[in-house]
Design a protein around this ligand. Structure first.
Ligand SMILES: [Fe+2]
Length: 439
């Protein structure tokens, strides 16, 4: 046997020996955090591919490292694709955090730890001014705004991130490997600042299973609809997708509607609205838009706005409900553009006044911000928008929002195409909230 053959046999045999040992996959990855809606708490979520325990070791920044520990558990998520890949999704809830304190943490177990991250525990009370970044439609491919968002998050510019549906394009693709890759991509943001979500149409595969399993939002609805409080604001997240994927249950429209009504009643109790006057909704598909596609919002009879008459029983829409309970601001995405609306109800503009449209507006304000960047690129606009359209941009970008106090909110649009230039900005000023403020 000559040397070449001997080397070949050795190397082939050697490769088999190496391949015979299964890879160790207990190293945590895809770390992200979310606020569970309970003061002084934070949920840490991560993935391992093999079974491992779920621990978080943490401590106050500048103090003794990892002097505190918390244990959680994992759920086994089997993707619906052909390979039936299995992910262990770990969740640990940290409690008794000091409001406003920064904590250093890592997660995992003695079988593998993540790198170290840090976060600031949610401040308490209503007398502070939370800062948000918000956007929808961010993909694994062409995530144009991501680098800027990563840097600004690391610079401490945001207390909260809102991702208003459509992740990864799509999380289930390539047997959920695209989901894994996307969750790794956003770790640079989401391991440091609570990353709050709602489902979009791109999450629909296998009854939204990648979305439901990978995120950990407040409540017990598998992150589909929930609400929480931050400073002087009550934030409601919900699923517009219940109006479009009836194969997953028509009843979801009704149970969500019932929940929304109850939540809005509670938020409108005088003692609650007094301390948290701003009610802000976030959901994926807008009620209004002036895009040149055939989406729901391009139609007068939008399902989200007016409901569906083709179901038995007919399904209620949401515009009247939100108007009747004095929702101040409605955040949407889905259209890969940015559009700011004048205060609008029933297709009519209700500006506060001609000179100051957003000072004491007489109807909810809508913002559509779905241009973070994804493989589907931009959407277009119709040439002549309707009266209710105030500002439009097709630049890639995202929105910043600060809830200053009980009377003032500031919103601005960042263009990534224009190197971070602020291309739009408004103050919404309200001396009064609730249905009485429309009169
Ligand atoms: Fe969408």
């Amino acid at each position: 046997m000559d040397l070449v053959w001997r080397l070949c046999i050795f190397s082939c045999f050697g490769v088999h020996l190496v391949l015979g040992v299964p890879p160790i996959a207990t190293q945590p990855e895809q770390v992200h955090i979310s606020y569970p809606g309970v003061p002084q708490s934070m949920v840490i979520t991560w993935t391992t591919f093999d079974k491992a325990e779920s621990w978080v070791e943490y401590g106050v920044w500048g103090g003794k490292l990892f002097e505190l520990t918390a244990k959680g558990s994992y759920t086994l998520f089997e993707d619906g694709g052909k390979e039936k890949r299995k992910l262990h999704i770990h969740r640990v809830t940290l409690t008794d955090l000091k409001p406003g304190s920064t904590y250093v943490y890592h997660c995992g177990s003695s079988d593998g730890w993540s790198e170290m991250f840090y976060f600031t525990a949610m401040k308490s009370g209503t007398e502070w001014s939370p800062k948000f970044a918000l956007f929808g439609d961010l993909g694994n491919e062409n995530p144009q705004s991501l680098a800027r968002l990563q840097k600004e998050t690391q610079m401490g510019m945001y207390d909260i991130i809102l991702h208003i549906g459509d992740f990864a394009y799509d999380m289930d693709e390539d047997n959920a490997r695209i989901g894994d890759e996307f969750m790794r991509q956003i770790q640079a943001i989401a391991a440091y600042v609570p990353y709050m979500t709602c489902p979009g149409n791109h999450e629909n595969a296998y009854n939204f299973s990648n979305y439901k399993n990978r995120f950990s939002m407040p409540g017990d609805t598998e992150s589909l609809w929930y609400s929480w409080n931050i400073g002087p604001a009550h934030i409601i997240s919900f699923s517009t997708e219940v109006y479009f994927y009836l194969e997953y249950g028509l009843d979801l429209i009704f149970s969500q509607y019932k929940w929304l009504k109850k939540d809005l009643e509670e938020a409108n109790k005088p003692e609650n609205r007094k301390i948290r006057p701003w009610i802000i909704t976030m959901a994926h598909r807008p009620m209004y838009c002036s895009n040149d596609d055939k989406d729901d919002c391009t139609k007068f009879e939008s399902y989200v706005r007016l409901g569906r008459n083709d179901t038995k029983p007919p399904a209620p829409g949401l515009e009247n409900l939100f108007y009747l309970f004095g929702v101040d601001l409605e955040l949407w995405a889905h259209e890969h553009t940015y559009e700011r609306l004048w205060p609008v109800y029933g297709f009519k503009v209700f500006n506060g006044s001609r000179e100051e449209p957003y000072v004491n507006p007489k109807a909810p304000v809508h913002i559509i911000t779905g241009s973070a960047g994804c493989r589907e690129k931009h959407d277009g606009f119709i040439p002549k928008p309707r009266d209710w359209s105030a500002f439009r941009s097709t630049d890639y970008g995202y929105t910043r929002m600060q809830v200053l106090n009980s009377t003032h909110i500031y919103l601005e649009q960042v263009s990534d195409d224009q190197n971070g230039k602020v291309i739009d900005g408004i103050w919404i000023v309200k001396q009064e909230h609730g249905i009485a403020s429309w009169l």
